[in-house]
Design a binder for this molecule. Structure first.
Ligand SMILES: [Zn+2]
Length: 376
């Protein structure tokens, strides 16, 4: 299945998406970009009232339906206040450490559509001025401000430029794609997941594979602020696989160059049968994979379940180092995840019964451990 993935396409759309600012709450341009890709591939879609995307790939059977989901929104910031010295105080959108905001280049989006450039800096930014106090100032959002690249040293000037409390601040992603496959950029979470889903859809279309069951491709717009896939689902979706990042860290078991099946996150264990089904698909298609358990993590899946959806959920991750900071992934991990998504969409139903009721025990998916990576 991995050979079907057009990695050139995956990288191209990822690079394009990383250039589009989409902090939670300001996702319209990113929604448009994904709609354009769907249109090009001839995949039908609709937008929800709030602007999330529900695309539809037709299968041989309509029920039970499947869904694969990733989020279009990213972390970002918002203007908290206009300061008397012409600087701007800022608060985070989504959960991320001020440590990773220091030095970031940003755009501030004003009401009239103008964009102003600037840098997020610690209040004590100059070593020549503050000496060791630069190191002693705690890293916190209260200790940051935006230096605007405008002739601007008073609150009045900020006001006259049209800047207001509540303006969105988008953070430059600074993407760098190396020929050895490493991809460095902010907000690979979850633009890499979005690109992996689209590349999986393209693989199905290019190879004229008709999925067994109808499948929705869902793209949500407020995962980073905890809302996730709560409003984009329809009642007829029986299974949903979330595509998001897996964390690379000393005590984690995430596969840096393959796919990771998350067995549990902070919202609880994922669906046993659906997770096993994905593990079996990895083994069957010889996709490098591992399993992991995440402690401080929630995704689109948790939001859907907490909103009351009666669905099976699973989480498939691409390997991501320094998530919500200076992130890095690898193209092999993304293409493996993409191959797993297309294998999943084209796989037989989880249960033999058409309506996804539990069938006889012999029809249950069983684990095959062949290609499983041993924890290091
Ligand atoms: Zn994410």
């Amino acid at each position: 299945m991995q050979k079907h993935i057009d990695t050139g396409y995956l990288l191209k759309i990822l690079e394009n998406f990383l250039k589009i600012a989409s902090p939670s709450g300001m996702t319209d341009n990113m929604v448009r970009a994904v709609c354009d890709e769907l249109k090009t591939m001839g995949i039908s879609y609709e937008l929800t009232r709030r602007g999330a995307i529900r695309a539809h790939i037709q299968g041989r059977k309509k029920h039970p339906r499947r869904a694969v989901v990733a989020h279009l929104d990213t972390l970002g910031g918002m203007v908290k206040g206009l300061k008397k010295n012409g600087r701007i105080s800022v608060v985070p959108v989504g959960t991320w450490s001020a440590r990773f905001a220091e030095g970031a280049r940003v755009s501030i989006h004003s009401d009239d559509g103008s964009t102003y450039r600037g840098t997020i800096l610690p209040l004590k930014a100059s070593g020549h001025c503050y000496n060791t106090e630069v190191d002693e100032q705690p890293s916190s959002w209260e200790n940051l401000e935006i230096r605007l690249d405008e002739k601007c040293s008073t609150l009045d000037k900020l006001w006259n430029l049209g800047l207001r409390v509540g303006d969105f601040v988008s953070i430059d992603t600074a993407p760098e794609m190396d020929t050895n496959g490493f991809i460095n950029s902010r907000f690979l979470d979850d633009k890499a997941g979005v690109a992996a889903i689209l590349a999986a859809a393209k693989a199905l279309i290019d190879n004229e594979i008709t999925p067994t069951l109808d499948c929705y491709l869902l793209f949500t717009i407020s995962e980073e602020v905890g809302i996730g896939a709560s409003h984009v689902l329809r009642g007829d979706v029986a299974e949903m696989v979330t595509i998001d990042n897996g964390t690379i860290a000393p005590d984690q078991n995430t596969c840096e160059f393959g796919a990771t099946i998350a067995m549990k996150d902070s919202s609880g264990p994922f669906d046993f049968h659906l997770s096993k089904h994905l593990i079996d698909l990895c083994a069957e298609h010889e996709l490098e994979f591992s399993r992991d358990v995440f402690l401080h993590y929630r995704s689109d899946a948790a939001a859907a379940l907490q909103a009351g959806s009666d669905i099976r959920t699973a989480l498939v991750c691409f390997g991501l180092d320094a998530s919500h900071g200076y992130e890095r992934t690898h193209i092999h991990s993304l293409s493996t995840v993409s191959a797993l998504i297309s294998a999943y969409i084209s796989s037989p139903p989880l249960f033999s019964e058409e309506k996804n009721v539990i069938g006889p025990e012999k029809n249950y998916p069983l684990i095959s451990r062949h290609s499983e990576k041993k924890p290091q």
